[in-house]
Ligand binder design. Structure first.
Ligand code: HEC
Ligand code: HEC
Length: 135
């Protein structure tokens, strides 16, 4: 049940019902993240892991598909806040597009609490492929 709730939160964030979640989020934590332009500033570590893991699975890629390497070569994980890799900004556009499709064409899809459930996700089109436009 708890897992189901978490999943719903993550998919709502991805679905673009972002303002609503931010406004009703129970604890107003200090922001963990430095460079969020689409997700709410108070996105928690747990939500971020679920959302990013979802992107990774939907596109069938690793984190470094969108995230540029750290400038400091002794750091072995990507610089997640950096916007140096163009794929990251494409992904932001995709997040907005996905949110708009759900809002405009699938707004009747609601759970028992009356919260909108996103029908379209990254997976709907990508299905483990970063380039769904190609055959
Ligand atoms: C398909 C592209 C994509 C993939 C794959 C991806 N990310 Fe992201 N990530 C983004 C985008 C886009 C943002 C910025 C979201 C925004 O602007 O609201 C982001 C933001 C982040 C941030 C916040 C950085 C900050 O301080 O602003 C972290 C941390 C992060 N990603 C970690 C990960 C991890 C860990 C993985 C692998 C499990 C991953 N990401 C995979 C696209 C991606
Ligand atoms: C309505 C279908 C659709 C949805 C939904 C969708 N995408 Fe895409 N996405 C595409 C198409 C089509 C392309 C272009 C692929 C190509 O170049 O062949 C693309 C390209 C991308 C690229 C660029 C890949 C590259 O190498 O240039 C990224 C990154 C991406 N999508 C991330 C996402 C993320 C993250 C989500 C969910 C928030 C998402 N997409 C949802 C259809 C979609």
């Amino acid at each position: 049940m708890q897992n189901l709730r978490k999943l719903t939160v993550a998919s709502l964030l991805i679905g673009g019902i972002i303002a609503g979640i931010a406004a009703t989020s129970p604890k107003a934590d200090a922001p963990h993240y430095k460079n969020l332009k689409v997700l709410p500033k108070n996105t928690t570590h747990e939500q971020m892991e679920q959302i990013m893991g979802g992107f990774k699975n939907a596109l069938g890629v690793r984190c470094d598909f969108c995230h540029a390497p750290s400038k400091d070569s002794t750091v072995h994980h990507p610089d997640f806040a950096s916007d140096d890799k163009p794929e990251k900004n494409i992904a932001r556009q995709m997040m907005k597009m996905t949110g708009k499709i759900n809002k405009k064409y699938f707004s009747d899809n609601k759970n028992d609490q009356g919260e909108r459930i996103p029908t379209i996700t990254c997976m709907t089109c990508h299905r483990g492929n970063p380039h769904p436009g190609e055959k």
